[in-house]
Design a protein around this ligand. Sequence first.
Ligand SMILES: O=C(O)CCC(=O)C(=O)O
Ligand SMILES: [Fe+2]
Length: 341
Amino acid sequence: MEPFDPPFQEFYKKLFDDHFFNGPCPGGHEIEFSHNAKECKFELPLIDLSHLNIGGFKHEDCKREIAKAAQEWGFFQVVNHGVSHDILEKLMSEQVKVFKKPFQVKVNGLPELNFPAGSYQWGTPSANCLQQLAWSESFHVPLIELSTVGACAATDFSKIVKQYAMIISKLANELAEILAEMLGQKSDFFKENCVPSMCYIRMSRYPACPFSPEVFGLMPHTDSDFLTILHQDHIGGLQVLKDGKWISVNPKQKTLIVIVGDLFEAWSNGVFKSVEHRVIANKQFERFSTAYFLCPSFETMIESSEKSLIYKRFSFREFRQQVQDDVKRYGRKIGLSRFIL
Ligand SMILES: O=C(O)CCC(=O)C(=O)O
Ligand SMILES: [Fe+2]
């Protein structure tokens, strides 16, 4: 049988040799700091979204809870979110099958799913040192492409991804609108600007990694979108930085994770926080996750209507360009701090 794992060690041999013979690279100490930060067991806010369907106090309390979590943590979990357990399980099992296709087949694209060659990504081509390498592989599927996924012959996979995309994008918009409303902002901003050609689903697989924790599944980062909604399997490894400590996001069945992205932090003038998170690879077990990213069109201007602004006004295109330039130059994203006034 042809191997399905990406050839991390062969392809990134130089990074491994440099690291193990010469030690961590000089620019790596910042990431090293994250590694050494004290870890502790702590529970993220868990919000029951069924309260949104009840009128009166409960409904308003629930909205306030969402805003509080976005403000204090930038990261929270939701239950009774409207995505059935059955859909989550089916999507996960279909996703596992896709990743078990031979590596070369994934690289060449999966025509039966209408995934072009570029939708498969693995490792970190821009990595300058081992701490910048992600021991993971993923399929990046823009929502707009889903209309043609499985167009020739609908497969179980294409059906479930489409179904999931429809529900999850609705949920992301609802949560974004609630957060906007709690800021006293126009709540149809997201419906108008977050177009299907920009929003996407990323399905990831983190193969078991013998070099963990020295090599990350995904290095510490913030998300470059408004909101991310994440579903993870039962393995664990996701951590979020809270007050200088890495907190493990322990897997919980039927739960989705909501992550505030950089754009929401800027748009809310720093009220909602886009926080760093990372994935520690597991030495023994592979892990799967599915993320939905709520992104605006390139022309959308990100600005707050507050008086004393923290960030300058920028378009999503400018933000993306800056991130890409920094990744090329430094091997990693610098992010929102580039736009501080
Ligand atoms: O796989 C995960 O748990 C996290 C994924 C993530 O943070 C991302 O794709 O931006
Ligand atoms: Fe992320």
